[in-house]
Design a protein around this ligand. Structure first.
Ligand code: NAP
Length: 269
């Protein structure tokens, strides 16, 4: 696979992707906003794994920054063999009455940027006759839970379509659908997880190892863990009202968190 470019490499799953790829002797291009964290990671990866790490700071909701990353993916002098479209976030708000600018940024980051970077990478990889694109989706794609579900459903359908188009080119496309995973995702989104069942949680290390193994095998839909494979299989055949009921359950968990947050804010004032 050669050099891997990972978006959202400063934390959570992206950080884990960077470590596992570097340990497997891939040079890495690290993309995220937090340059300080990326520079520290570069030093750690180079010292521990003996690979070359490149820091490419970018705000992937900014179209000019996205274009700079796309240009890096198009480079034939320094070819990228694996693109991991991983950067993402959770919005702790209801759509109705929520901040639409925040919705717009989330859409840019998790849909438009994935499309633009996949386009740049696929063009260059097909020209070279090899490469892989890994898009990070979510089990949430299978339920009806706000715009996040919609974004991740887009990522899933898009990646499957891309895989069809890439057949026979030597380039593969994979979408990984993690369930709840211990990362910074929920804390950053100020999403209270105290009501989430303990059995629902996965570790980033296992999610990333499963996703990379599936990329190496050319698997299109990757769902790490038996638990989430079973849940996903059920959701795929469940009647739509049941799927929406699952969405209501997730909505209720999010609402409980928003309430708790509001109570804590009120107690602080
Ligand atoms: P995380 O720990 O919060 O990390 C998110 C990463 O995305 C950070 O490196 C962050 O870096 C980067 N990022 C956020 N906004 C960005 C922006 N505007 N421009 C560039 N980079 C940006 O979250 P995570 O759980 O690892 O999430 C990774 C992916 O997994 C996301 O696509 C998420 O939707 C998906 N996922 C997560 C879970 C879960 O339960 N954790 C479950 C299913 C799917 P900077 O702040 O430095 O920019």
């Amino acid at each position: 696979m050669g050099t891997a470019l990972v978006t959202g490499a400063s934390a959570g799953l992206g950080l884990e992707f960077a470590w596992q790829l570097a340990t497997a002797r891939h040079d890495v291009v690290l993309v995220a906003r937090d340059e300080e964290r990326l520079t520290r990671l570069k030093g750690q990866l180079e010292a521990a794994a003996g690979v070359h790490a490149e820091v490419l700071p970018a705000d992937l909701t900014d179209r000019a920054d996205v274009e700079r990353v796309a240009q890096r993916l198009r480079s034939d002098e320094r070819p990228v063999g694996l693109l991991v479209n991983n950067a993402g976030l959770g919005l702790n708000q209801r759509f109705v009455g929520g901040d639409v600018d925040a919705e717009d940024r989330a859409l840019e980051l998790m849909v438009r940027t994935v499309m633009v970077l996949s386009h740049a990478a696929a063009d260059a990889m097909v020209r070279r006759g090899r490469g892989a694109i890994l898009n990070v989706g979510s089990v949430a794609a299978l339920i009806a839970s706000g715009t996040y579900s919609a974004h991740k459903a887009w990522v899933r359908t898009f990646t499957e379509g891309l895989a069809v188009e890439l057949k026979g080119t030597g380039v593969t496309a994979t979408v990984v659908a993690p369930g709840y995973t211990h990362t910074e995702f929920h804390a950053r989104g100020r999403i209270d997880t105290t009501h989430y069942p303990t059995a629902a949680w996965l570790d980033a290390e296992d999610v990333v190892a499963a996703a990379l193994a599936d990329v190496r095998r050319g698997v299109v839909l990757s769902t790490p863990s038996l638990r989430y494979k079973a849940v996903s299989a059920l959701l795929r055949v469940a009647p739509r009202p049941a799927v929406r009921a699952f969405g209501s359950y997730r909505r209720a968990l999010l609402d409980a968190g928003i309430e708790a947050e509001r109570d804590r804010d009120a107690a602080r004032d």
